[in-house]
Design a protein around this ligand. Structure first.
Ligand code: FMN
Length: 195
């Protein structure tokens, strides 16, 4: 059987923690590409891949993004060397001829905006999970955050695009105050039913 060793499982899951304080250099574009090349391979419904990533890298972009974060999240992002805005593309269905060539007509199943965006958000969240684990697998710590004003980000940094933000992810190396104590997890007996 092909499987990860305990050290790899620890890096991805068992010892991995959400980080709240960061240090380190910004990820170079080669690393952002490596990260994308992992995330893009993980499965989505109809191979739709609606997630898009916008990195707030320039001082101006970072300042504007931080202005849309909840108060408790501002210092975390200020310390992070790399900050990703995870979005979905509201027009992702236009990509079906490219990503699902044998069923390009899938595009027409998503003519109505409301169900289209609901589908895109669900599949983009799935990709966000892959993104977090892929970043961990490359040796980075991450701090995902939904404590921000997504409408504010959409109207500011994403103005004029078809992108809608749903999560901000801080990425880097752990700073001095990176980790909070682990909270309890829902165990097998409560979370899983075998019928
Ligand atoms: C989708 C998502 C949104 C989150 N939003 C925030 C947030 O806005 N602010 C924050 O401090 N932590 C946020 N967190 C961090 C969670 O509270 C944290 O991942 C969880 O408590 C597990 O912590 P641990 O990895 O250290 O065990 C978020 C985590 C996820 C996955």
């Amino acid at each position: 059987m092909n499987n990860l060793d305990d050290q790899s499982l620890s890096l991805l899951f068992t010892d991995a923690h959400t980080a709240h304080d960061f240090t380190g250099e910004p990820l170079p574009e080669t690393e952002l590409r490596r990260l994308h090349d992992l995330v893009k391979m993980a499965p989505t419904s109809l191979n739709s891949q609606p997630m898009r990533v916008v990195y707030a890298q320039s001082p101006d972009a970072r300042k504007r993004l931080i202005g849309h974060l909840s108060e408790g999240n501002k210092a975390k992002t200020s310390s992070a060397p790399t900050v990703a805005i995870l979005c979905f593309d509201g027009e992702f269905h236009e990509w079906f001829p490219t990503v699902l060539p044998h069923f390009a007509a899938a595009r027409d199943l998503f003519a109505d905006e409301t169900p289209r965006h609901a589908f895109a958000l669900g599949q983009a969240w799935l990709q966000a999970g892959y993104y977090i684990l892929a970043a961990r697998s490359l040796g980075y710590v991450v701090g995902p955050m939904t404590g921000f004003n997504s409408a504010g980000v959409d109207g500011d940094l994403l103005a004029g695009t078809t992108l809608k933000s749903f999560c901000v992810v801080n990425i880097g190396q752990p700073g001095e105050n990176a980790y909070k104590p682990r909270n309890p997890r829902v165990e097998f007996s409560d979370a899983v039913t075998i019928l």
